[in-house]
Write a protein that binds this ligand. Structure first.
Ligand SMILES: [Fe+2]
Length: 436
C-alpha cells in the first residue's frame, strides 16, 4: 500500500503557552509525579538496583532541584533552599551547575528522608507558583521557556520513575506488584500479519519547525534524501520474537553485530530483559508482578543489538529515524501512553483503518540512526546546553514514546536516545525494508 507523505517536520504542541496555561501545566505535571509514587511503600523509594537506575526519591528531589537551580535561584534574589547541600546531592550531570554526588551511589542516600523530600518539593512548588503568578513581563520573557523545559524534564523523569521502579522490583524474588492491574489492557486477540507500507522517499524535511515546545536536539528543520522504503504496519509481537528464540536466534552469531554478539555472550542473554522460563513456559516480570508472556502483546525490553539481530533474522532491517519521522506525518499522536495507567504495552485490538499502527505509545522503537547533531545544530549556551548535546556519541535514536511516556510529552520530532545495550526502558521493534 502506498501513501503520500508530506515533506515538512511536525509538532503537536500549541504555539507558546500562556502564563495561565503554563502554570496549569506545571501543577498537573508536578502532581502526576506524586500519583506515580503513590503505590510505593516507603522502602521502595530508596533502592538503586543498578547504576542506570535512580531511586524514586532521587527523581522527586532532582526534578525539584532543576527548578530551584535554573529558575528560583536566578529569578528570586532572596530565594533560600531548605538545604543548600541539596544542590550537590541532586545535581545529575550539569558540570556548569557545580560539583555533584556520584550517580552509582544514589541508593546510599537515606537522608533526606522521603518525608523531607516531599517537604522539599512543597517548598519548591510554593516558590515556583508564587513566582509564576506574580512574574512581570520581563521576568516571564526570561524564565517561561526554562520553566517549560523544567516541566518536560519532569515528565522525562516520570518515565524513569516507572521504568526504574520496575527494575528495582524485578530484583526482588517476591515479584512485588507496583499496581494490581493484571488483566487491564490484555487481550488474546491475534493481530493481523505485518503489512508493508510503502513510502516514496525523495527530498523530505525532518526536525522541529519551531511551533510549540521542542528540545534543542530536534532542531533545526532540515532536508534529508530518502530512497523508497517500507515500514512494518505494526510492532513486532512476543509471539514473533519467540520464533526468533526458538530458531536459535541467541545462538547464531552471524545475525548479530560483533559488539552485540560479545554482549550476548558476556551477559548470557537468551531472551528479553524480565523474561524467565518456568515449567516450560515463558514468564515475564511486569509492573503487575510476574505473569505469562502474552504472545500478542508488543515485544518490549530488548536492546538495540537484539532489535538489529531480530530484523536481520526476519529478512528486514530497522528504520532510520528520518524514515520513521516522515512516515509519522500520516499518523495521529494516539496510543497506549502512561495516561492510560496500563504500565505495559497493549495488544493491537483491531485495525484503526490507518495503514500504520502503534507508532505512538506502547514501546519506544529502535532506529538504526546514531544519535548525533542535525546539520546546523548548535549546543545552547550555559548549563542547560548540557541537557542533550553532550550525549551525542555512542547512542542510538528511539522514536514514538512508550506506555510510560505522557501523551503531552511526545512529538513526531521527539528524539530519545540510549546506548546499544540498554534494555530497561520499554523498547521494542518496528521493521523496515528498502522499497522497490
Ligand atoms: Fe534530569
Amino acid at each position: 500500500m502506498a501513501i503520500n507523505t508530506k515533506t515538512t517536520g511536525n509538532n503537536n504542541n500549541d504555539i507558546a503557552l500562556s502564563q495561565e496555561s503554563l502554570i496549569k501545566f506545571y501543577k498537573t505535571v508536578r502532581e502526576f509525579s506524586h500519583t506515580l509514587a503513590e503505590p510505593l511503600e516507603i522502602e521502595d523509594y530508596i533502592v538503586q538496583s543498578m547504576p542506570d537506575v535512580s531511586p524514586t526519591k532521587w527523581h522527586l528531589a532532582h526534578t525539584s532541584w532543576f527548578f530551584e537551580t535554573f529558575v528560583l535561584s536566578k529569578a528570586i534574589q532572596v530565594y533560600k533552599s531548605p538545604n543548600p547541600q541539596y544542590a550537590y546531592l541532586f545535581n545529575s550531570y550539569y558540570v556548569q551547575a557545580g560539583e555533584r554526588h556520584l550517580r552509582p551511589k544514589r541508593g546510599l542516600i537515606s537522608r533526606p528522608t522521603v518525608e523531607e523530600t516531599y517537604r522539599y518539593r512543597n517548598h519548591v512548588d510554593e516558590s515556583m507558583l508564587q513566582f509564576m503568578e506574580n512574574a512581570n513581563d520581563k521576568e516571564w520573557r526570561e524564565f517561561s521557556s526554562v520553566i517549560e523545559i523544567g516541566i518536560h524534564h519532569e515528565q522525562q523523569h516520570q518515565e524513569l520513575i516507572v521504568t526504574d521502579i520496575k527494575h528495582v522490583l524485578s530484583e526482588n524474588p517476591l515479584n512485588p506488584e507496583y499496581i494490581n492491574n493484571q488483566n487491564k489492557g490484555r487481550s488474546s486477540h491475534k493481530p493481523e500479519d505485518i503489512e508493508w507500507i510503502s513510502f516514496e522517499g525523495g527530498v523530505c524535511n525532518i526536525g522541529n519547525e519551531g511551533e510549540g515546545f521542542g528540545y534543542d536536539n530536534e532542531y533545526p528543520l532540515h532536508k534529508v534524501y530518502l530512497n523508497p522504503y517500507k515500514l512494518g504496519s505494526r510492532l513486532v509481537t512476543n509471539a514473533e520474537y519467540m520464533e526468533f528464540i526458538n530458531d536459535r536466534g541467541y545462538e547464531t552469531p552471524e545475525i548479530w553485530l560483533s559488539e552485540g554478539w560479545a554482549t550476548v555472550e558476556t551477559n548470557n542473554w537468551k531472551a528479553p530483559l524480565y523474561w524467565q522460563q518456568s515449567g516450560g513456559e515463558w514468564m515475564q516480570f511486569t509492573l503487575a508482578g510476574l505473569r505469562k508472556v502474552e504472545p500478542n502483546e508488543p515485544l518490549t525490553h530488548v536492546s538495540y543489538f537484539e532489535a538489529d539481530a531480530y530484523a536481520r533474522w526476519a529478512g528486514s532491517r530497522l528504520p532510520t529515524e528520518a524514515e520513521w519521522e516522515v512516515a509519522a506525518e500520516s499518523v495521529q499522536i494516539e496510543g497506549n501512553f502512561v495516561d492510560n495507567m496500563n504500565f505495559h504495552p497493549a495488544p493491537l485490538e483491531k485495525s484503526n483503518g490507518l495503514p500504520l499502527k502503534q507508532m505512538f505509545g506502547d514501546v519506544w522503537e529502535w532506529t538504526q540512526s546514531s544519535y548525533s547533531a542535525y546539520p546546523g545544530y548548535k549546543i545552547p549556551p550555559g548549563a542547560l546546553g548540557e541537557y542533550n548535546g553532550k550525549f551525542m556519541c555512542n547512542q542510538m535514536v528511539l522514536r514514538g514514546g512508550s506506555c510510560a511516556t505522557s501523551k503531552s510529552h511526545i512529538r513526531k520530532t521527539y528524539r530519545n536516545f540510549f546506548p546499544t545495550n540498554a534494555r530497561w526502558q520499554f523498547m521494542g521493534i518496528r521493521l523496515a525494508k528498502d522499497g522497490d
